[in-house]
Each structure stands twice: as structure tokens, then as C-alpha cells.
Design a protein around this ligand. Structure first.
Ligand code: HEM
Length: 423
């Protein structure tokens, strides 16, 4: 099995590759190009993501593409302690428990804590849009989660665009295929992002003013006691959240908008049908997951589907292929918000590492889709739009989403034509 995640075809339509992988006899095989094991199949993927004994998260943030020695030496400056998504037991359990205590994990509590700020950021961004000119809706899809995660963490809005550039560089270094020159730049950016987090956190500790947002809450939880959390662990959690919090949600929001605008009926329903709105979000997460591959490292020889993966192997867990497993979802490539079992998708992972930001992500997605559809009912995809994703082995974010106001009301875009995303 070959994934070829950095090729043009995969970046245009990863579902074609998942269909091929799902049609092969074995769902576990070695990819010679990537030098890692590919794991497909809904049951396998759920089992592997849930199995923290045989599959470690230690390799989650190690670059997929081998780094040059120079880039590797620079990246060594990112000496964050392992927490949350990058950690195994016992650090994982300890730091995750703290995050779960401080972050709402249900829709009701997320709305109570973050609803007003997400709504305010959404409204401001829509007000600033120049919708009478050709517009790239990915700007909105990126800026909303970026600004929201800055607010959630208690970081100054003025730093948001710098944080965006650093996290984009970090994501490309880990899950992309950057040139040796780009690796050096990305490695410097990644270290700067880490220093930014450590400077913010230690500045607050030194001043004795723990400050706003989740960083403030983590420092109050720490209560000046390293046995609760070290200062470096607080900074590493901030790094985790800033990284996990916006790129993923930007990808998901772009995908949800592309599916919505591909069919005028969907766009209209998002404005006034809350049931449809929630189904649309879940089907987007299933059909077009913003993270469609994720890394694990085997801690022992593991036999899966009759194939033995040796201890110490890197594995790419194919969430996208799992969400398109035809034994679970009939006609998996069709975008069908009315389908059954959509809620069983693995877009937020499974088991002990299940996404702690899922409630926030869903709040952002529903708030943004509802508000855009209500305030801009005549929005339509630009003619000739064809989806193109950024090059990545894990993150699925559209490069652009050109839209325009249809002058004479709704623009009828045929479902599945070149004007809409493949569904
Ligand atoms: C649509 C948006 C999102 C997607 C698709 C997504 C996806 C995921 C996935 C697949 C995992 C599991 C990783 C693993 O098994 O190793 C995960 C974990 C995590 N996510 Fe998200 N996420 C999203 C939004 C967010 C947001 C908004 C935040 C922060 C507020 C966040 C914070 C985290 C953290 C801290 C973890 C690690 C949990 C742990 O290791 O215990 N995510 N996410």
C-alpha cells in the first residue's frame, strides 16, 4: 500500500486514495516511501488510537520527512516536556486530567463558557468581509479559530498573526515535505513559537499576575508547586493547544463551508435548521476530516489483521480511510448529512487521547456556518472552483475557497460538478 500524501492527486482528492486503500485485501501494510506502517479500516484505526499500551504517542510530533542535520540541530531547541498529545502515561494522564477539568467538554458548557466570544469574533469577521468583491473564504476559516484560540488561552490578539506563521511552519515541518532550506526556516519558527510560549508563561509567573485565559487557569492550578505542574509543562500545554486549536478547526471549517456552498439547499438549511446544521458538521467531520492521518509508535510487536508490526515502528493511522470504510458507511464518498452512524467517525480520535477541544471545535463550526448562512444568503462558490488542499500527510486544509455574492440571488451549483468539492 502506498499513500503518496505529497502528490498532486492526494492534495486534490484524498478520498480516491482512501477508496483504493480500503479496496485492498489487507488493511495493514508497510509504505516503503514513507518508511512507516499504514493502518486503515475503521475497527483497526479505532483500536490503535485507543491502545496506549502497544501504541505510543512519543512520535506524534516527530517530522514525517527526515530532517537535514542542520534543521534537526535547530529543532533541538524546542525542548518542551511531553504533555497531552505528545505524551504517554503517566504524564499524559496527569496533564490531560488537568485540561479536562479546566476546559468544557460538553456542548452546553462550551456554549456557556465560550459562546459569546465565538459569536463576537464571528460577527466581527463577517462585518469586515468585502463580500461584493471576489473573496477567499479560507481567510475567515483561518482567522476565526486563530483569534478564538488566542482568546481561550489568554494571549494578546496582537500576536495572533505571528503565532499563525509560526504554527503553520511547525505543521509543515512535522507533517509536510519541506525542502532543506524550508526545513531550516521552519525549525527556527518552531523554536520561536516555543520560546514565545515559555516567555509568556514565565513572564506571568515572575510578575505574580497569572493573567487571563487558560494559561492563567493553568498557573492558578499550578499554585507555584512543581508537583502540580512545572512552568515548562504549562508552556508546553499552551504550545499543544495553540497548535491543536486552530489549524485543525480552520481545515474543518473550510471543508464544511465547501460542502455547504456546493448545494444551495444546504446553505439555506444552515441558516434556520439547527438539526441539519449539526448533521452537516458531523458529516463534514466524517467525510472530510481535518486530521486524516496520525502518528503512533509501536512499543512491542503488535499483530493486527494478521500482520505483525515490529516494536519501534512508526505507524500512520489513516483516520480518513477509516471514515470512508465501506463496511461501516454505505457509499462513503458521498456527502450525505442524513446518513446513519455519521457520529461514529474518528475525526476527533478515540480512547484516552480523544480530542479535548472537540466541544470548542463544534461550537466554532456551528456558530460560523449559521451566522454566515444567515448574513450572506446569496453567497456562492466562484465558478470553476476545484478543491486543492495544502500538502500534508495529516492535516487537510483547503488552500483557498473563492466565493462571490450571486447578483441575482442563489447561484445553482450542480452537486458534484467542478464548481463544488467532490462529494
Ligand atoms: C475540528 C477540529 C479538531 C480536530 C479534527 C481535532 C482532532 C484531534 C485528534 C484526532 C486528536 C487525537 C490525537 C491522538 O489520538 O493522538 C486530538 C487531540 C487533541 N486535541 Fe483536537 N482536534 C480539533 C480541535 C481542537 C481544538 C479546538 C483544541 C483546543 C482547544 C484541540 C486540542 C486537542 C488536544 C490538547 C488534544 C490531545 C488530547 C490528549 O492527548 O489527551 N483540538 N484532536
Amino acid at each position: 500500500m502506498r499513500l503518496d500524501p505529497f502528490s498532486g492527486p492526494y492534495s486534490r482528492d484524498p478520498a480516491t486514495t482512501w477508496r483504493r486503500i480500503n479496496a485492498t485485501a489487507t488493511s495493514v501494510s508497510y509504505d516503503d516511501d514513507l518508511e512507516m506502517w499504514l493502518i486503515a479500516g475503521h475497527d483497526n484505526v479505532r483500536a490503535v488510537l485507543s491502545d496506549t499500551t502497544n501504541f505510543s504517542n512519543a512520535a506524534t510530533m516527530l517530522p514525517i520527512t527526515a530532517l537535514t542535520a542542520d534543521a534537526g540541530n535547530i529543532l533541538a531547541g524546542l525542548d518542551a516536556p511531553a504533555v497531552a498529545v505528545a505524551a504517554d502515561r503517566p504524564q499524559h494522564l496527569r496533564t490531560r486530567t488537568i485540561l479536562r477539568a479546566l476546559m468544557p467538554t460538553t456542548a452546553v458548557r462550551a456554549e456557556q463558557q465560550w459562546g459569546p466570544l465565538v459569536a463576537a469574533r464571528t460577527d466581527d469577521l463577517i462585518t469586515d468581509m468585502k463580500v461584493h468583491e471576489p473573496t477567499d473564504l479560507m481567510h475567515f476559516a483561518v482567522q476565526l479559530p486563530l483569534l478564538v484560540i488566542q482568546d481561550v488561552l489568554g494571549l494578546p490578539t496582537a500576536t495572533a498573526q505571528q503565532v499563525r506563521a509560526w504554527t503553520d511552519a511547525f505543521a509543515d515541518l512535522v507533517w509536510g515535505n519541506p525542502t532543506p532550506e524550508a526545513q531550516i526556516e521552519h525549525a527556527y519558527s518552531s523554536v520561536r513559537l516555543w520560546r514565545f510560549c515559555t516567555d509568556i508563561v514565565s513572564g506571568r509567573v515572575d510578575s505574580g499576575h497569572y493573567g487571563p485565559g487558560l494559561i492563567g487557569e493553568l498557573l492558578r492550578y499550578r499554585n507555584n508547586d512543581d508537583s502540580n505542574l512545572t512552568v515548562a509543562e504549562v508552556a508546553a500545554l499552551a504550545l499543544n493547544i495553540v497548535g491543536a486549536g486552530w489549524i485543525t478547526t480552520a481545515g474543518a471549517l473550510g471543508n464544511a463551508l465547501a460542502h455547504a456552498l456546493a448545494d444551495p439547499g444546504r446553505w439555506a438549511s444552515l441558516a434556520d435548521d439547527e438539526h441539519y446544521l449539526n448533521l452537516h458538521v458531523e458529516e463534514t467531520l466524517r467525510h472530510s476530516p481535518a486530521i486524516d492521518g496520525w502518528l503512533r509508535l509501536t512499543t512491542a510487536d503488535v499483530t493486527l489483521d494478521g500482520v505483525t508490526i515490529p516494536a519501534g515502528s512508526r505507524c500512520l493511522v489513516l483516520i480518513g480511510a477509516a471514515n470512508h470504510d465501506p463496511s461501516v458507511y454505505a457509499e462513503p464518498d458521498v456527502f450525505d448529512p442524513g446518513r446513519g452512524r455519521a457520529g461514529q467517525h474518528l475525526a476527533f480520535g478515540a480512547g484516552p487521547h480523544y480530542c479535548v477541544g472537540a466541544a470548542l471545535a463544534r461550537l466554532e463550526l456551528t456558530t460560523a456556518l449559521r451566522a454566515l448562512a444567515r448574513r450572506l444568503p446569496d453567497l456562492a462558490l466562484a465558478p470553476g472552483f476545484r478543491q486543492q488542499f495544502k500538502t500534508s500527510a495529516a492535516l487537510r486544509q483547503l488552500t483557498n475557497l473563492p466565493v462571490q455574492q450571486h447578483p441575482a440571488g442563489r447561484c445553482p451549483v450542480a452537486h458534484g460538478t467542478s464548481a463544488g468539492p467532490r462529494s
